[in-house]
Design a protein around this ligand. Structure first.
Ligand SMILES: *Cc1c(COP(=O)(O)O)cnc(C)c1O
Length: 359
């Protein structure tokens, strides 16, 4: 525990330290079972308690209504770019998509193979530094669904209002799930890879309205059908048992902190500390402005590639890790998920201030 750094990685990302300590304490003998969770049958009574608790906690923390299924899947958020069209684009076959960066771009690439997508709006003209203005008349009311990436991990933008569409809204919340309250009822589907805000890699959460599950054609391959996983409560085959256990520990940690309502103001405060400094600095600048700013991923630049590299190296040496920006944006990016302590952000801003002063 003593040599831990401040890890600003975009994902896999920092985990809450108490969760890691708990997992370590339970590693060899999970609550008197005499074995590690990763050695257990996924059909055992002990494990059944773990997966049921994980689902119940997620339902409690997000206020997920009974008419939604919660699925624990594998294949990453990326497999959902295929499963969603295969299962849901079965009416008109048309899907509306807002292009806000690489992850919606990946979704679009798959949609082109499996359905008839239409890009309703895009922010590509300004390197995805904003969320496009959206009005109801832009959307196809007959679309099977509308795909959005709610928080753009790479470009540091996030939606601050719901797109005014009639078709079911499908949101990739991989990098923002549980960071702020959302009204699940406004979405047909919310999905997220676990490795940013929920736990380790290997697990994907899919929250899906029951009537949308019914759309899955009977001819779909068994493992690619939401119906299979909903009917079998994510136990058709072996689920990622240990990742689900870790996710359960993260959810318990969040519940004990007071849930999403309690962590959201902390997240906003952490983000404001960095943005306020960036807005005043003569050296560092945020690449995103105003209401579209993400509170989870904050890209920033100096405008000078050499100075960027110098800063990243100095930060690494001082124990602030993984601040290098994504290769498509350059510069820096601080990912400050739920598990990043406020102190880490305070210390980072202090470090940036010192670096600027001494330059
Ligand atoms: C990380 C990320 C993905 C990709 O997730 P995988 O689990 O690697 O497939 C997709 N969408 C968003 C918004 C992400 O942040």
């Amino acid at each position: 525990m003593y040599d831990r750094v401040y890890n600003f990685s975009s994902g896999p990302a920092v985990m809450p330290e108490p969760v890691l300590a708990r997992a370590a304490a339970e590693m060899l003998n999970y609550r008197g079972s005499g074995m590690s969770v990763m050695e257990m049958s996924h059909r055992s009574a002990v494990y059944d308690g773990i997966i049921k608790d994980a689902e119940a906690l997620l339902r409690e923390l997000m206020g997920i209504p009974g008419e939604y299924a919660v699925l624990f899947l594998q294949g990453g958020a990326s497999l959902q770019f295929d499963m969603l069209p295969m299962n849901l684009a079965t009416g008109s076959g048309r899907v509306d998509l807002i292009n806000t960066g690489m992850w919606s771009g990946r979704a679009l690439k798959e949609l082109k193979k499996l359905a008839s997508p239409r890009v309703v709006a895009s922010s590509e003209d300004k390197t995805f530094t904003y969320i496009p203005e959206l009005t109801a008349d832009m959307f196809d009311p007959e679309a099977d669904y509308v795909h959005v990436c709610w928080n753009n991990t790479i470009y540091g933008t996030r939606y601050s209002e719901l797109p005014p569409c009639e078709a079911p809204l499908v949101a990739d919340m991989s990098s923002c799930i549980l960071s702020e309250p959302v009204d699940v009822r406004k979405f047909g589907c919310i999905f997220a890879g676990a490795q940013k805000n929920l736990g380790p890699a290997g697990l994907t959460i899919v929250i899906l309205r029951q009537d949308l599950i019914e759309r899955a054609p009977e001819t779909l391959p068994t493992m690619l059908s939401f119906r299979t996983h909903a009917e079998q409560r994510s136990l058709y085959n072996t689920p990622p048992t240990y990742a689900i256990y870790m996710c359960k520990l993260v959810l318990e940690w969040l519940r004990d902190l007071g849930g999403v309502e309690a962590i959201a103001p902390v997240n906003r405060r952490k983000a404001a500390l960095i943005y306020d400094y960036l807005d005043r600095s003569n050296m560092f600048h945020a690449t995103v402005g105003g209401k579209d700013r993400s509170i989870m991923n904050i890209p920033f630049v100096t405008g000078d590639k050499e100075l960027d590299a110098k800063f990243v190296a100095a930060a690494e040496a001082a124990g602030f890790k993984n601040l290098k920006g994504h290769r498509s944006v350059g510069g820096m990016r601080a990912s400050i998920y739920n598990a990043m302590p406020e102190e880490g952000v305070v210390r980072l801003v202090e470090f940036m201030r010192e670096f600027e002063k001494n330059a």
